[in-house]
Design a protein around this ligand. Sequence first.
Ligand SMILES: [Zn+2]
Length: 307
Amino acid sequence: MPRNPNYNSIPAFHAKLARSRRILAVCGAGLSASSGLPTFRGADGLWRNYEATALASPKAFKNDPGMVWMFYAYRRHMALRAEPNAGHYALAELARQNPEFLCLSQNVDNLHIRANHPSGQLKLLHGSLFALKCSSPTCSYTEPENLESPLCPALAAAAVDAPSSPTEIHPLLDTTKPLPTIPPSSLPHCAQCQTALLRPGVVWFGESLDSDMLADMDEWIRREKVDVVLVVGTSSLVWPAAGIAEAARGPGTSVVHVNVDAESPEGLARLVDKEDFSFGGDAAEVLPRLLEPVVGRWDEERGEFRR
Ligand SMILES: [Zn+2]
């Protein structure tokens, strides 16, 4: 029996929300899955024949920057073609209505920003597909937002729209055809040091999260009691979501899990407090319903909240 017998009751959550001021959200790939972007976990974990995790590392970039860039150029293009969903819009509206709401996101797809989430209330834990930075450890060059697709002519094969028919495969994902070989000289180079390659401004496996951002996040969490932590689209087992939710937990804090597996036996086992909630479902559908008392009713046709 879950700790909270009303673990998936929307009215019970609304009652909690009405008593809540400081709200933290930690978002993962599941939030963008209903915008059509793969999570690159589980069955989605492969890109061509490669584990996505094996392409997202400094070592992979050193070995074959052309292939790693092709993977990111593809993801940039798909993210540009995707649209924010009602979950992104609900979080952005919550931020406008509640200055004490902070959204932390592991997503690098720019969809929070495109949903007009107030920038002071959004922290991108893993950076952005659209940020570029110099790959040299001794050079500080960064470009916060570059929306070009393709980023350079050599990456044009990645900047192709997905076929409209679900039975057709994106030409770049067709493993019967070899990936074009891209020499490093034709990849984008740093404008500052003029020698090193530019790389995606995302946090790779084996790299640390930005220390200033972590310090800001810590300060926000410690400042005062956090009433609600929304863990959205991520199994809160994976760091950083798990660590952040527990760091923010105090007496009376509700940790609220919103993801497709949240009501599975494993999901319910993660409820540790009688004030915790678990809502199994698509974040794009569940979040607007959970936040309706604050943000209004989502009008799918007009793409806005109405009161
Ligand atoms: Zn440089």
